[in-house]
Design a protein around this ligand. Structure first.
Ligand SMILES: CCCCCCCCCCCCC/C=C/[C@@H](O)[C@H](CO)NC(=O)CCCCCCCCCCCCCCC
Ligand SMILES: Nc1ncnc2c1ncn2[C@@H]1O[C@H](COP(=O)(O)OP(=O)(O)OP(=O)(O)O)[C@@H](O)[C@H]1O
Ligand SMILES: [Ca+2]
Length: 551
């Protein structure tokens, strides 16, 4: 923070005109405000803009959108700023570019205003990026990535004095490989124009690159990962855009561009997913086995449908009425800190996340060092007992954040936190088709999807998953979605707690009537046979393994 004296240096006050109306404009360092003054010198409406939310200052009368135009008058200047609009619904606010064109009494005064405003921006908004590396996926979502970037985002970046190096990708994983191998000197951040898959590429690239440079093996589950120095900006142009929706509250390229320009940031929990050979993948939104894995696998065959492929594949997979055997072990998070049923909603500045950050990283002074001790915390984590459950599941989902998106505005776990170091494990036991439909349908409303007898949710620090022995050899691909094996009857589910490695049975899970009624009446309609193994959906990518360890 600067001292008051330094703030005063940036201050300025004068009369300015907008058309024939006179305004009293005041810059106090942290804020810029203008108040209309009537003929009798009485104050009318005031507009107050934090300097941190000024997007740019230009000499002359300037327009940016839909096209840039400059009327170069020597007594005028234009200020662009973040204007909140109510159009985003109740989940988040749409941001729009506000613009005001002022006329001054003299050119000297005009130059003073532009100089002071720019100096205030430098001093009071130091986290803004100057140089960005932008990856556009031309095939994401409705295939509008290029158009969205060039017509809506590039003009805003230019206005804000951001120079961007743009790469339109020609293949999957190009962005990830670029981040892993190419020179990144001089960039203040990376941006993806695309969906969750593109975000995931950047996430993998940046985490991997940072570990390489630190001489660490990211595939080693015991290694303490190093913090990534670059932030990721997301311009939504995908099919689900869940990471954007869950962090910003709306899926809107202009809102996201403005957040990037003013240097906003939001830390996110990242879950590492190791297979048995310790190959690591990362997830921030949905790690899902069963229904969501099958929907993804099915949807890949129908990419041409664009975003609709998920609804179509959702219906196909729902009608195929599958459930899978699995062994799930989880390490519960401290129930005194928060709960997935506590009806809270995590937003920027959330107190649960702040307290968790303090607790997990007591010596970190900025969010950049958040990750440094993250994994070491787990490797020394001796508190808590692993809980183990086995049975048949419709789906097993782990989400590190709410995973809200347009399909499900409150998300997979409405009270999950963006950056508290935990994820929510949702176990949906096998049930009859209408029960499962009820569960799915509740995601589209404010009804509690966890308030069903065949659904459990646990806030966890780590999860292990495997399929009962004898089943893992059956590759999903071989089965081609429909194996010759007919599912055996429903298994009894058993809760166990592992203490010092030994498994103790806690309770024999009573099979509820919901679970017993698993007779697949729709099965006759659409599939006669069912595979015994599903796949993992890791933020929209299929994982090539079923046995995993996550933390
Ligand atoms: C009756 C209506 C039920 C609507 C149920 C809506 C549940 C929606 C839950 C969405 C959760 C999204 C989580 C985010 C995951 C992302 O990391 C990932 C990458 O983008 N997206 C997907 O995997 C994409 C996953 C997309 C899953 C879509 C599931 C659609 C189910 C439709 C079921 C229809 C039943 C019809 C019966 C005749
Ligand atoms: N030029 C390209 N050609 C083919 N695939 C690409 C290309 N660039 C990126 N990809 C891949 O396309 C996949 C999907 O992209 P993206 O996430 O942008 O859109 P989406 O799948 O429609 O949206 P969402 O992930 O939000 O559901 C990503 O996993 C990415 O690796
Ligand atoms: Ca979390």
């Amino acid at each position: 923070r600067r001292t008051d004296d330094q703030n005063m240096d940036l201050g300025l006050e004068s009369s300015l005109w907008v058309g024939n109306k006179r305004y009293r404009a005041v810059l106090t360092g942290w804020h810029f405000k203008w108040t209309e003054v009537d003929k009798k010198n009485r104050d009318k409406k005031t507009v107050l803009v934090p300097v941190a939310e000024v997007a740019g200052v230009e000499e002359g009368r300037v327009e940016i959108l839909p096209q840039k135009s400059v009327e170069d008058t020597d007594k005028d200047f234009t200020v662009f700023y973040v204007k909140r609009s109510s159009g985003g619904g109740s989940y988040g606010l749409l941001w729009r570019l506000g613009r005001i064109q002022f006329s001054c009494a003299s050119r000297v005064l005009r130059d003073q205003w532009t100089k002071h405003l720019r100096a205030a921006l430098k001093t009071h908004s130091p986290l803004r990026p100057h140089r960005l590396l932008v990856f556009i996926n031309p095939f994401g979502g409705k295939k509008k990535g290029r158009q969205i970037y060039h017509s809506l985002v590039a003009p805003l970046f230019e206005l804000a004095g951001i120079s961007s190096h743009v790469i339109v990708t020609e293949r999957a994983n190009q962005a990830r490989d670029h981040l892993l191998k190419k020179d990144l000197t001089g960039f203040d951040g990376v941006v993806c124009v695309g969906g969750d898959g593109m975000f995931s590429e950047l996430l993998h690239g940046l985490i991997g690159r940072t570990q390489q440079e630190a001489g660490l093996c990211e595939n080693d589950p015991a290694v303490a990962l190093q913090p990534c120095p670059l932030h990721i900006g997301i311009i939504p142009a995908g099919s689900t855009d869940c990471v954007c929706f869950a962090t910003v509250g709306v899926v809107d390229p202009v809102t996201s561009a403005l957040h990037i320009i003013i240097g906003d940031s939001q830390p996110l929990d990242v879950c590492s997913v190791h297979d048995v050979s310790a190959q690591v993948r990362y997830s921030v939104s949905l790690l899902g086995y069963g229904f969501y894995g099958d929907v993804l696998a099915e949807s890949e065959k129908h990419r041409w449908m664009g975003p609709l492929r998920y609804d179509y594949s959702g219906a196909v997979v729902y009608l195929s009425n599958r459930s899978y055997s699995g062994i799930v072990q989880y390490l519960p998070a401290d129930p005194l800190l928060s709960s997935p049923r506590d009806k809270t909603r995590c937003l920027a500045g959330c107190s649960v996340c702040s307290r968790s950050t303090e607790r997990l990283f007591p010596h970190s002074s900025d969010s950049g060092s958040l990750y440094s001790s993250h994994f070491s915390q787990f490797s020394t984590d001796s508190e808590g007992e692993w809980v183990s459950v086995e049975g048949r599941f419709r789906c097993v989902s782990l989400t590190c954040m709410s995973s809200s998106c347009a399909r499900s505005p409150l998300g997979l776990s409405p009270s999950a936190h963006l950056a508290d170091g935990t994820g929510d494990l949702i176990l949906v036991w096998d049930t009859h088709p209408l029960g499962f439909l009820k569960f799915l349908y509740r995601h589209t409303s404010t009804q509690d999807q966890f308030d069903l007898p065949f659904v459990e949710v646990h806030r966890v620090k780590a999860v292990r998953f495997s399929v009962p022995s004898g089943r893992e050899e059956q590759e999903y691909e071989e089965i081609g979605g429909f194996s010759s094996e007919i599912d055996e009857g429903q298994r009894e589910c058993v809760d166990t707690v592992s203490r010092n490695g030994s498994q103790q049975h806690l309770a024999q899970r009573a099979m509820t009537s919901e679970r017993k009624a698993a007779t697949p009446f729709l099965c006759g309609l659409c599939c006669k046979k069912s595979p015994s193994v599903s796949v993992w959906n890791c933020d929209g990518e299929i994982l090539p393994f079923t046995k995993i360890v996550c933390k």
